[in-house]
Design a protein around this ligand. Structure first.
Ligand SMILES: [Zn+2]
Length: 508
């Protein structure tokens, strides 16, 4: 690819999608202008790369925006009309022909940077050519140095020459290095080195996996400490603390196990101790099962939370219902353990969810919930209207029963809804609405199809509801298709809506 090619020509050479964009010259011209004007990049999360592509095709993603698909371990960004992955996994995404940070003369450097950060958060490996200079230096076990020209060179730590054999004068700060063009010769060597280093690490891991299994830890001891620092030191030098023993630090709410020489916390709090990257009971084929069992009991006694990775994962079977990280309830199509060691729940719609971040719905109380809904409705429909506080309790109980049915058995909720001839009208905060309700918004009436609270990584939780206009006029006044209303949870807790709630009758 020669430097004389324009940005647009380069794009056009890459795929049919972008070629099409090139022919609409104004699209490219417009996105170029937009990129200049871009104040802030957005991060979009999707259930699958297929879904992400569809959103890009619908123009819901701006040029340069970052795309994250947790379930497939894919992170990338949108290049005009092509979603391009920077991670090893790419699902349905395309691939950039040159390093993300330099692509199109570096116009996507901000996107590449943000995407790389998201990939790190996710633990998804980034393809070596898309790594930023600082990350590449780290992966190649090198440092960035100055050799007297304007470029950033790579060198072995403590070596006096760079990889391209120029004499180095000093190391570069990360921010300083970011402003410099990397030396191409050094970078090619750094990439080779990172690739072979990572291949060696993988081989080592595989070899370790084939090592004869060590016997299971039986009857682990428990040791209590005043601080995690003390626990750390003791684990390194006291002979009575053995591999697999449980370390408890009540003052910091920490419970840990000694994993070989590593004191690793299983609780959310870890203080001075290490954390694990895999579920503790899966290490070495379950060698630490007894330790984990003892640690869980210690955590329960202290009333502290285990880190999500170590919370016991319930077994799942096809047909089970579960609440996903986005707050919606889905049905398991298949459950299988991924290469990453996590249990993944696949749905018929094609999305996949990590079981340890989901909650299984207990479906054993459907009859009970149906009866509770009828009982609460009877109170509300009574010929002599209930007192205000009694009505408030009844409408809440009715809501809870309906919410449970929506999660546990949508079919039971449909049946109840079909036999329902009356609805109770109340003013309720958005947060209390449930599937099956009709809500009044924007001067129209909407069926609530599903609702929940999305707990996005590091962002403020948002309340959402998927709604659909009740009749033709409601849809004409708003949206034809079902759509999602969403606001911050703190507002949803007090923003009142008029709600028409199902009031099922007692069966005869
Ligand atoms: Zn160099």
């Amino acid at each position: 690819m020669s430097d004389s090619e324009s940005y647009a020509q380069r794009l056009a050479g890459q795929s049919q999608l972008t070629a099409a964009a090139f022919h609409f010259g104004e699209i490219v011209a417009e996105t170029d202008a937009r990129r200049e004007a871009r104040a802030e990049l957005k991060i979009h999360r999707f259930d699958s790369t297929t879904e992400a592509r569809a959103a890009c095709d619908r123009d819901e993603v701006a040029d340069g925006d970052v795309l994250v698909v947790d379930s497939e371990g894919v992170v990338g960004f949108l290049v005009v009309a092509l979603p391009a992955a920077i991670t090893e996994e790419r699902g349905e995404f395309g691939q950039l022909p040159s390093p993300a940070h330099e692509y199109a003369d570096g116009s996507y450097a901000d996107s590449a940077h943000l995407a790389e950060y998201q990939a790190r958060v996710l633990g998804a490996p980034v393809r070596i050519e898309h790594a930023s200079p600082a990350i590449l230096a780290h992966r190649a076990d090198t440092v960035l140095v100055d050799t007297g020209d304007e470029r950033a060179h790579y060198a072995d730590p403590f070596a006096d020459v760079s990889l391209c054999e120029e004499r180095q004068s000093r190391g570069l700060e990360e921010s300083e290095a970011a402003d410099r063009k990397p030396c191409a010769s050094c970078r090619a060597r750094a990439r080779d080195r990172a690739a072979s280093r990572e291949a060696a690490l993988r081989a080592e891991e595989e070899a370790a996996a084939q090592e004869p299994a060590r016997p299971e830890v039986a009857d682990p001891g428990t040791h209590t400490f005043d601080s995690s620092a003390e626990a750390y030191d003791a684990s390194q030098c006291r002979d009575d603390i053995r591999d697999g023993d449980v370390l408890v630090v009540p003052s910091e709410g920490i419970v840990a196990i000694l994993n070989r020489a590593w004191p690793a916390a299983l609780t959310t709090a870890h203080g001075e101790l290490h954390t694990l990257t895999a579920a503790a009971d899966a290490i070495e084929g379950g060698r630490y099962k007894a330790s984990v069992e003892a640690a869980m009991q210690a955590a329960a006694r202290l009333d502290v939370e285990l880190a999500p990775l170590h919370r016991p994962v319930e077994p799942y079977a096809a047909g089970d219902r579960f609440v996903c990280a986005d707050g919606s309830t889905r049905t398991v199509d298949a459950a299988e353990r991924g290469r990453d060691g996590h249990l993944w729940l696949h749905t018929a719609e094609g999305s996949a969810w990590r079981a340890d971040r989901c909650e299984k719905v207990d479906v054993s109380r459907v009859d009970e919930a149906r009866a509770a809904a009828r009982r609460a409705a009877a109170t509300l429909r009574n010929a002599t209207p209930p007192a205000a506080d009694e009505a408030a309790v009844a409408i809440r109980e009715l809501g809870e029963a309906l919410r449970y049915l929506a999660q546990a058995s949508p079919a039971a909720l449909d049946d109840l809804s079909a036999e329902c001839t009356r609805r109770i009208v109340a003013e309720l905060p958005r947060l209390s609405i449930v599937p099956g309700d009709i809500v009044h918004m924007l001067g129209a009436r909407f069926h609530v199809l599903d609702t929940g609270v999305q707990d996005a990584h590091g962002e403020k939780p948002r309340w959402w509801a998927d709604v659909h206009g009740v009749d033709e006029a409601d849809r004409r006044a708003t949206y034809r298709a079902p759509w999602r209303a969403a606001i911050a949870v703190e507002h949803a807790a007090w923003d009142l809506l008029t709600v028409e709630r199902l009031a099922p009758t007692q069966p005869f």
